[in-house]
Design a protein around this ligand. Structure first.
Ligand SMILES: C[S@@+](CC[C@H](N)C(=O)[O-])C[C@H]1O[C@@H](n2cnc3c(N)ncnc32)[C@H](O)[C@@H]1O
Length: 252
């Protein structure tokens, strides 16, 4: 099935790649490189499928026979939390000069506002997001949507990443990754698993490299890239817009 109107994307809860939106640079990169760079697409953090389904439809639309591999527990965040996801890490990053004053101020403003709106509730990495911990989804929900859309290019891998990011579960080559799992451990699992599979010129969208909620994603990214030539790159943005970051793996 082809979706034409914006409202159809909205009703289905799918990212409309035809509009200029958050993920446009990632979709553009895939369109420009899908016949030049080997490998499939990996979506780390599916939730209810906004990006996974958008990627599946998009690949069909550009005539690509690549697949989308979507990793998620489909039951929300893992129960154990890593100290690198705690709010205090933002302050440390600021005092160590790793994030700007404007970033640190934006974080403080966000947590104050959410604290005000969720008065009386203990705020931490499990409750700070508007979707709480993303437990209100299921693999069956995704399968129904995939069926309805008639897509045959999406593989869903259910479970916590530390169990599912194993050899048999993913393509041997990867063109692009949408890394959108919020937490430190998930970023660590993903980098360890994906990097050797990522083709030269391969792409990683870093959804939380600039995040007002989850400091661990940036910490994990910087730790992983510390001994590598590749560094995160920021897209140009208009004043007031969120910073958007990505990595491109070097050719050799
Ligand atoms: C921000 S949501 C993903 C949003 C999604 N890309 C979209 O388009 O709506 C983050 C997802 O990562 C998943 N997640 C985070 N850490 C995980 C882990 N260690 N194992 C499995 N799933 C995890 C959560 O279950 C959640 O659905």
């Amino acid at each position: 099935m082809r979706l034409t109107h914006d409202w159809e994307f909205n009703v289905m809860g799918i990212y409309n790649y035809r509009k200029i939106g958050t993920f446009k640079p990632m979709f553009d990169y895939i369109a420009e490189n899908h016949d030049k760079i080997a490998g499939d697409i990996v979506d780390v953090g599916v939730y209810r499928g906004v990006t996974t389904l958008g990627l599946g439809l998009f690949l069909k639309e550009i005539g690509s026979d690549k697949k989308v591999y979507g990793f998620d527990s489909f039951s929300g965040f893992p129960p154990a939390s890593n100290p690198n996801d705690e709010f205090e890490r933002f302050e440390e990053m600021f005092s160590q000069g790793k994030i700007s004053k404007a970033y640190w101020e934006a974080v403080q403003y966000y947590w104050k506002t959410i604290g005000f709106l969720k008065e009386g509730k203990q705020l931490d990495q499990f409750t700070v997001s508007t979707s709480e911990n993303f437990a209100n989804t299921s693999k069956e929900l995704l399968e129904r949507k995939i069926d309805y859309l008639g897509l045959d290019n999406i593989e869903l891998i259910e479970g916590f990443f530390e169990d599912t990011m194993t050899d048999g579960q993913a393509p041997s080559k990867v063109l692009a990754v949408n890394l959108d799992c919020d937490l430190y451990d998930g970023y660590v699992n993903t980098f360890d698993f994906i990097w050797e599979r990522l083709s030269p010129g391969g792409y990683i969208w870093l959804d939380e490299y600039y995040s007002l909620k989850f400091p661990g994603a940036r910490i994990a990214t910087d730790e992983f890239l510390a001994d590598k030539a590749e560094k995160p790159k920021m897209y140009p943005r208009n004043k007031g817009e969120f910073e958007r970051w990505h990595i491109i793996k070097n050719q050799n």
